[in-house]
Design a protein around this ligand. Structure first.
Ligand code: PMP
Length: 456
């Protein structure tokens, strides 16, 4: 290596070191053309053989040690705000938080006992990648009993929460060049996960008139216009709108899909036990061969910290997901899986239904309070899950993120901007907290909004 190329290499390495030092603070713009990394590689290649070409070695873009995909992927706003709340609490501040989708009650007693017993019994080893047979059998029996869908235990993959199962489902089916249809408002992780796997989200707006559900017409038109759509994500009941697709609506969607035989459906049914009026059928009962059913234990059983979810899908899909999971995480926690068996085999429907009644009361209270606030409207009362998405666009010129930030600063009330759910001008409130906390939250929000109206 000659003197000139040595100098260039040192410059590049210096640049690399500087980029590393700054990555914790800011990401770099996407590089166009040859990046510094490939230049370093080409320099390394030339160091072993031919002489260096000074033109190609000139650094044109800064080196970034990060995967370029991160230029497109947003962090979870809910998790970001939740972390901020935790920091504020650690600093001694009292924050009222309606930002995260977490029931305030404890898991059922049988679940806690099973988890404790699993520890006592030393049930602390790796399980099969797909989960223990006992848990997969219990899941299959539950889906059969309540949803009328027949899955074999070999068609079920248990993971560390439904979030991971959604991701693995997308990763197992989609990659570069594929598109994924995501109805908006959406759970923010969907489009970001789609981008992480290199696919492209196709967002389809829904309206409150249609219960924030995708219409068969919009579905057909979008599929016709986008032949690369490989997967549709249906969140039923929906986070953040609380919209619920009932049987007739799902049948109409399945009917459209008959004309698009290569399109799969990821049915995220994690809130299916939390429906106020009517039923929430499994999409798999209508189009089994093309459906990936995702569900979990975080919401119905309040087992958020136990990180337990599953995906149920026909054998080839389940197998692909198993391959991915075997390389990513090996298996879900053994203690959590023992707790999951207890949840499905020892907790009665009646016990779980009590939670629906408690949630209904909270929902009605929050809707009543919001209806008294000036400039706030709820286009559609939620019929499932435990979120409400009021329109607050008359404040802060519709900048919902600004509203949430000011609210957190001045009133110590944490809620999430609707723009991160594809619903700008709204905010998302989770009412799965105690009545007392909800009362405080509603007073803080009312006071805050009144102050905004009063300020010149
Ligand atoms: N899907 C939806 C729609 C959700 O709202 C959530 C949690 N907020 C999840 C999946 C993930 O749940 P978990 O990973 O806790 O099972």
């Amino acid at each position: 290596m000659n003197h000139r190329s040595m100098k260039l290499l040192s410059l590049l390495l210096l640049e690399r070191a500087t980029a590393f030092a700054w990555t914790g603070i800011s990401l770099r713009k996407p590089s166009t053309g040859t990046n510094s990394f490939s230049k370093i590689s080409s320099l390394a290649a030339t160091s072993t053989g031919s002489s260096i070409n000074a033109t190609t070695a000139t650094p044109t873009t800064p080196f970034s040690p990060l995967n370029p995909i991160l230029q497109q992927v947003q962090p979870s706003k809910t998790v970001e705000i939740f972390s901020l709340v935790k920091d504020m609490e650690a600093a001694g501040e009292t924050v009222t938080s309606l930002c995260v989708g977490e029931p305030d009650f404890l898991p059922p007693k049988a679940v806690l006992e099973a988890a404790t017993q699993a520890i006592v019994d030393g049930d602390t080893r790796y399980t099969a990648v797909t989960g223990t047979l006992a848990l997969r059998k219990a899941i299959a029996a539950d889906l059969q009993r309540r949803k009328g869908v027949t899955y074999q235990p070999t068609e079920i993959v248990v993971g560390n929460g439904a979030k991971q199962c959604v991701y693995q489902g997308i990763l197992a089916t989609c990659g570069e060049g594929d598109k994924v249809l995501v109805p908006a408002p959406y759970w923010p992780s969907y489009p970001e996960m789609v981008k992480v796997v290199g696919a492209e989200p196709v967002v389809v707006e829904t309206t409150s008139n249609n219960g924030y559900l995708i219409t068969p017409e919009d579905l057909r038109r979008t599929l016709q216009e986008n032949p690369d759509i490989k997967l549709i994500i249906l969140c039923n009941p929906s986070n953040p709108t609380g919209g619920v697709y009932h049987l007739e609506q799902l049948k109409a969607i399945a009917e459209v899909l008959k004309n698009f035989p290569n399109v799969l459906v990821l049915a995220d049914e994690i809130y299916e036990r939390l429906v106020y009026d009517g039923e929430c059928p499994a999409f798999a009962s209508l189009l089994f061969d093309r459906t990936l059913t995702v569900n979990g234990f975080s919401k119905a059983y309040a087992m958020t910290g136990l990180r337990l979810g599953y995906v149920a899908a026909p054998q080839p899909l389940a197998k692909a997901i198993t391959t991915i999971q075997s390389q990513l995480t090996s298996c879900a926690g053994s203690i959590s899986q023992a707790a999951g068996v207890a949840a499905l085999t020892q907790v009665s429907d009646a016990e779980l239904d009590q939670n629906i009644e408690i949630m209904r009361e909270k929902r009605d209270y929050v809707l009543g309070e919001l209806s008294k606030m000036p400039g706030v409207s709820v286009a559609m009362p939620p019929n499932g899950a435990f979120y409400v998405l009021p329109d607050v666009s008359s404040y802060f010129d519709g900048d919902d993120a600004q509203l949430c930030l000011e609210l957190l600063k001045s009133k110590k009330l944490a809620i999430v901007p609707g723009s991160s759910f594809g619903a700008p001008g709204t905010v998302r409130l989770s009412y799965a907290t105690s009545m007392e906390e909800l009362g405080t939250a509603m007073s803080k929000l009312r006071e805050f909004l009144e102050e905004q109206k009063d300020s010149p």
